[in-house]
Ligand binder design. Sequence first.
Ligand code: NAD
Length: 335
Amino acid sequence: MIKVGINGYGTIGKRVADAVSKQDDMKVIGVTKTRPSWEAKMAIDKGFDLYAAIPENAEKFGEAGIKISGTIDDLIKEVDVIVDCTPSKFGAGNKEKYYLPNTVKATFQGGEKPEVADVSFNALANYEKAVGKNYVRVVSCNTTGLSRALYAVSSNLKIGKVRVVLIRRAADPGDSKKGPINAIVPSVKVPSHHGPDVQTVLPDIDIVTSAVKVPTTIMHLHSIMAELKENTTAEDVIKIFENTPRIKLIDSTDGFPSTAEIIEYARDFGRPRYDLYENMIWRDSISVKDNELYFFQAIHQEADVVPENVDAIRAMFNLASKEESIKKTNKSLRI
Ligand code: NAD
């Protein structure tokens, strides 16, 4: 049983904590928060042992009536691996301060630079590269979605240039830091960082991305265009996606004209926090024109990296093959 600590119980951390709790080969030893808050109380209510992420803040928890089991220094001594879910760019410092000196393995998230880890990870695309590694970076929500779809296409078909336009959610639903919004913000520098990030997982893909932020919180949307180097029909591509794990095909004509209906479906489906771990690809958007493949996919940014963190842990401890791990994680999360 692999002992897991979650450093940073926020949007991603709380989801990974719940997902790890559902596995039979790993368990959550504790989670960290920087200061007392309703999320800290919620962690305890859910049965997780809470630790202070910033040791100097430990007393503040007691003052707020929240019982902690120690600080990050204590948690680190009890675990085999830390899932670092702290905000972007904090993970690298945590590695130097806590994980390296205590020889504890760690997974990092997509907000970290690739250099923080031995490998940038997506279970479907490069599970084997993480086997036995100490530091693994689970790529961002957008890169995870793109890596899955492009791995599926490129491992079945000869493709050339890939071009993607990302329409990005401006903030997460639970985040008010970015304030009321009324704007569309282009990432004026092309390529956006997403293309090079996909190449950390799939180095042979010739990809250029541009990105735009829009005033929505629920999902990202990708418009993907790929040059085809062999005779291919839309039906061929549909079959590939039908046989790829963590990809779900939907139809606009079946009541899914937009991301709003997808999230309504997710609410009705009843996973925790309406999480959609899969790429939601519009089947009726998949088309081939003049040797070029086109399709749209929607990505639930808060959720798609969650099963990837579970698989990353299995790979790091060589607990299962890629296929076994994906299957096991999917079953436990009702994917
Ligand atoms: P978040 O702000 O929701 O949560 C971060 C958590 O870390 C909070 O609980 C915060 O209290 C805690 N924290 C802050 N400083 C800390 C410190 N010094 N030590 C320990 N904990 C600290 O952030 P998030 O959205 O969960 O993002 C975490 C990582 O996941 C980032 O790298 C981000 O880029 C990546 N990611 C985010 C999303 C998304 O859509 N939210 C999707 C994929 C990947």
